[in-house]
Design a protein around this ligand. Structure first.
Ligand code: ADP
Ligand code: ASP
Ligand code: MG
Length: 423
């Protein structure tokens, strides 16, 4: 049994969906679960819709029409007839009903987000499933929310493995054994029966969740690049493919920002020794990258350049000139934890602590509120975090990347160099 994941880029247009069908038709037979994300950048549009709905903006109707016409154009391009289209339309009507009703004042932004944004995945999978059935690639559409059971933390739900695994095993596995199943990434359901989502770009992770529970033989995530490369090819035109990675290497690359794999994807696969293939949907005959346990030290001398944009830098100094040691560090880390902010790089001196992170205004303000009584806090935005793995003393390449930018923070370990850059 294998798990395939097709992301937004692979289903961004009618032509792209047709290409997915070509990729699938070239695969060997055997039980297959296909996890698919929302089409193109539709999740961004649905986020705008949440905002318009939550703040009762007039634009909500326009955004909905935009979402509708985007999908209609794809279904028309795929020549999905009216009879088959009604299921897609039903979802659009359901979405319309939600946004037309007056919002329950007691419900939070994040709850509304999880009510609205999953429609991207639901509609996308309906279209892909319908099209594949139409061309004779028989499959069954399944609602992932019936299987991926999570905590009720909206927008960042954690999987409840003890609930999800038996469900997937007992009810989904027999279906996949019988027929190819198409389901959604990114979405789940809390124990309170309400929708949840796993965090942006979470569909790779969904594929890993299903693979873990199904004891799949492999997971393949189909991307618009040749595989995992030693830098984002959009940024580095001399980036080269990394044919093999160990789970640990892949976790490190993804964690520091190699956005081709969602960082949470690797752990469930590592736990069951399930290989992960990262392959190109543009040229599926290319070997791509395989992530495996015994592929250790494959990165060897390959320098990898990982970039994380939109970083904020915060400088925290104790008001009473007390040292930034255990007790103050505890307060600082607690504040980050409470605000739900992940630290990407930190450095401390006797009386100050600096760190960079990527967070929206709401979370950043919450962090500052938590710190301000005890510390003087300064912050600024617009930084880029560069992580270089297998850093060598050859300065040429690095100078090219750093260019004219200033280095605000620098940290070196035996395997990685990290620079926080600002224009
Ligand atoms: P999906 O369609 O599944 O959402 P993404 O767009 O999230 O796929 O991931 C693919 C993109 O990841 C590529 O287009 C590429 O620009 C980017 N990327 C970032 N870092 C790397 C890397 N190290 N190797 C390959 N691609 C990378
Ligand atoms: N559609 C979601 C997003 O854009 C999940 C995903 O694509 O992985 O974040
Ligand atoms: Mg994506």
């Amino acid at each position: 049994m294998r798990v395939f994941k097709f992301g937004g880029a692979s289903v961004k247009s009618a032509e792209a969906v047709r290409n997915v069908a070509h990729v699938l038709q070239r695969q060997s037979d055997g039980p297959l679960l296909i996890v698919t994300s929302a089409m193109g950048k539709i999740t961004n549009k649905l986020e705008l819709l949440v905002d318009a709905y939550f703040h009762s903006k007039e634009t909500k109707k326009m955004i909905l029409e935009d979402v509708r016409s985007f999908h209609q154009e794809i279904t028309a391009g795929l020549q999905i007839d009216e009879f088959d289209y009604y299921e897609v339309e039903n979802l659009l009507i359901e979405l319309e009903c939600i946004i037309e009703k007056k919002r329950d004042e007691s419900s939070s932004y994040d709850t509304e987000y999880d009510r609205i944004v999953p429609f991207g995945e639901l509609i996308s999978t309906k279209i892909v499933s319908t099209y594949l059935n139409k061309i004779g690639y028989k499959n069954r559409w399944i609602d992932a929310r019936n299987f991926v059971i999570t905590t009720s933390k909206n927008r960042a739900a954690n999987v409840l493995w003890d609930e999800s695994v038996p469900l997937i095993n007992s009810s989904l596995k027999p279906l996949v054994e019988r027929q190819t199943v198409i389901t959604q990434g990114f979405i789940g359901r809390g124990l309170n029966h309400k929708n949840t989502t796993l965090g942006r770009e979470g569909s790779d992770y969904s594929a890993a969740i299903f693979a873990y529970a199904l004891d799949a033989e492999s997971v393949t995530i189909w991307k618009d690049v040749d595989g995992v490369m030693n830098g984002d090819p959009r940024r580095f035109d001399d980036a080269v493919l990394i044919p093999k990675l160990s789970y640990n290497e892949a976790i490190e690359l993804a964690y520091y920002g190699a956005s081709v794999i969602h960082p949470k994807t690797i752990q469930p696969l590592k736990n069951k020794d399930i290989p992960l293939y990262v392959k190109s949907f543009i040229d599926p005959s290319m070997p791509g990258t395989v992530v495996l346990e015994n592929a250790s030290r494959t990165l060897n001398e390959t320098q990898c350049y990982i970039v994380k944009e939109n970083q904020s830098l915060i400088k925290i100094a104790s008001k009473d000139f007390s040292f930034i040691v255990e007790d103050n560090l505890e307060l600082i880390f607690n504040a980050f934890n409470k605000a739900g902010i992940q630290l990407n790089l930190m450095q401390n001196s006797a009386i100050s602590f600096m760190a960079c992170f990527n967070a929206d205004e709401l979370k950043r303000n919450a962090l500052i509120d938590l710190l301000e009584s005890k510390f003087d806090v300064e912050w600024s935005m617009g930084y880029t975090l560069l992580t270089v793995f297998n850093y060598s003393d050859d300065k040429n390449q690095l100078d090219k990347v750093v260019a004219s930018r200033k280095i605000a923070l620098e940290q070196k370990s035996s395997s990685a160099l990290q620079l926080l850059l600002v224009d």
